[in-house]
Structure formats: C-alpha cells, structure tokens
Design a protein around this ligand. Structure first.
Ligand code: PHE
Ligand code: CO
Length: 296
C-alpha cells in the first residue's frame, strides 16, 4: 500500500493541518488493496442508499454519466475523457490538501485536484481531511454540469484575485466555498436537496443537514455568507440554501468582488449559528448540541 507524502504538520488559524507536497502524481491505481476497494464500496453503497430524495438531480446525473459504481475505486483515466467532453474539466491526482494559491490555480485552469488515497476502515464515519471518497464522490459528479463547472473555474480565478487583495478577502471567499461547494443546500419544488460535497460524502451529515431540528437553514445571500464563520470539526450550525445553480452563478460570478471586499474591511464576522433580522429562514435551529466555541 502506497503512503501519501505528507511533508509536515503546520500550525494555521484552523489548528494543525497536514501539509502535503504540491506535486501532481499518477493515481497508483494498481496498488489499492482489496480492503481499500472494500472501503470505497461500503462508502459508495451507504451513500447511495441515503441520497435518493436527498441529493440534487444533477449529482445523480453526473454519477451515472461517469459510471462510478461500488465495484471498485474508479480510475481517474477512465473518468477524464467523459469529464473533458462534458465541460472541459480534468482530474489530477494529488497527495492531499493543497496550499490555497496552488488550489486556485488548478481550478482556474479546470483541473480538479483529487486526493488519491482513501481513508482507512477505522475512519469510515469520520475523517478530518479530504480523502479520495470525499473528493471524487462528493465533488466530481457536479463538474459535469456546465453552470457548476463554470462556477468552479470562476471561483479559482476569484481566489487568485482575492489573494491580491489580502488575507481578509481570502477568508471571506473561503467562507463562500465552504457554504456552497462544501455544505450547500438547494431549494427545489420537491423540497430541500443537498449539493455540497462535504454533506454528500458524509452519512451523518446527509441526514443532519436536511432533517435535524438543530441547525439553521437560511436563504443564500452573498455578503451574508462571506461574513459568516464556520465549523471544521462538527456538523454545520448553519446551511445556506440556494434556489438554483443559475442563481448562485449570477450572484457570485457577475459582480466584481473588489467593492465587496472593501465594504467588509474590518467588519466583524457573524458567529456560525447566527440568524439575522431580515433573512429567509427555512428553519431556525434549536441549537441542540452546538459547542460554544470553535467557529473559524
Ligand atoms: N466575481 C468574483 C470576483 O470578482 C469572482 C468569483 C466568481 C468568486 C465565482 C466566487 C465565485 O472576485
Ligand atoms: Co471538499
């Protein structure tokens, strides 16, 4: 079994995080063990039992077109021609979380970095950093949807731009990614649906995000989201609900964020669990089980 090349653990404002080499590697597909394929199968089957009626249609459409199945860990080389033909995106295999600028640069060029290694059997229910299952199952199906594919590329460009504005803009843009790409919900005629990859790849949060009385579910509003702290170590206290990917695209890609970053300069962020006076409330969470600290 191959080992990910972890460089060191580095102290950031989010605690110690592992730092990996930024190299793009070849997916060592032949070296996945039988147990690793079983881990994939278990996670895949578990989510496929839960997600119908909970995840958005575009997610299932993407999965089906990519022909992912529980049978074995997919080969990036098999997925890439399909993805490329659909929206021009391609998967690259990486060792793990990348430095922000490297990540943005890949997205801006329609390259989606996927961690090549999968969690161990003991980490089935919780892993604190993205692995192959999260990156591939959670993120990649939506990259076949043109409007979402375009959003992701624009986000990468927006990241490179935010970095030129400074640390505060970067933090604000990261919150947008977190509350949309990672933990977003969508309002549909059939009810709320999941599109955020952090939810799609988690059994517990697939149920919690939609069905628990604890979290807030609030209408998406750009500046509001950019001002909202989040949790990296628990389920979210708040989920933001978009009406459609077109709405998300228009709200984020069209406006120049320069003036928004300027307006938000020095402005205090909202706690992760805040509900404001005039906003669309799908559910006001009862706050059960919320820790008092730890919003980042
Ligand atoms: N429109 C943003 C800007 O001017 C870039 C962006 C696009 C940000 C898509 C997020 C998502 O900075
Ligand atoms: Co992710």
């Amino acid at each position: 079994m191959e080992q990910p090349r972890r460089v060191e653990h580095q102290l950031t404002d989010k605690g110690y995080v592992p730092v990996y080499t930024t190299n793009v590697v070849a997916q060592p597909w032949d070296q996945y063990s039988a147990e690793e394929h079983r881990t994939w199968a278990l996670l895949f089957e578990r989510q496929m039992a839960l997600l119908p009626g909970r995840a958005c249609d575009a997610f299932f459409d993407g999965l089906r077109r990519l022909q992912m199945s529980s049978e074995r860990i997919p080969k990036f080389d098999d997925l890439n021609p399909i993805l490329k033909a659909a929206t021009g995106w391609e998967l690259i295999a990486v060792e793990g979380l990348l430095p922000e600028l490297t990540f943005f640069e890949h997205l801006a060029n329609r390259r989606f970095p996927v961690t090549w290694w999968i969690r161990t059997a003991e980490q089935i229910d919780y892993i604190s950093e993205p692995d192959l299952f999260h990156d591939l199952f959670g993120h990649v199906p939506l990259l076949l949807l043109p409007v979402f594919a375009d959003y992701m590329q624009a986000y990468g460009e927006g990241g490179l731009k935010a970095a030129r504005y400074g640390d505060e803009p970067l933090t604000e843009l990261t919150r947008l990614y977190w509350y949309t790409v990672e933990f977003g919900l969508m309002n549909t005629p059939q009810g709320l649906r999941i599109y955020g990859s952090g939810i799609l790849s988690s059994k517990g949060e697939s149920l919690y995000s939609l069905e628990s009385a604890s979290p807030n579910r609030l209408g998406f509003a750009l500046k509001r989201v950019m001002r909202t702290r989040y949790r990296i170590d628990t389920y979210q206290k708040t989920y933001f609900v978009i009406d459609s990917f077109e709405q998300l695209f228009r709200a984020t890609v069209d406006p120049d964020f320069g003036p928004i970053y300027y307006d938000l300069k020095g402005v205090e962020a909202y706690p992760a669990g805040a509900v404001l006076d005039a906003e669309r409330v799908y559910q006001r969470g009862n706050g059960m089980g919320w820790p008092a600290d730890g919003d980042v």
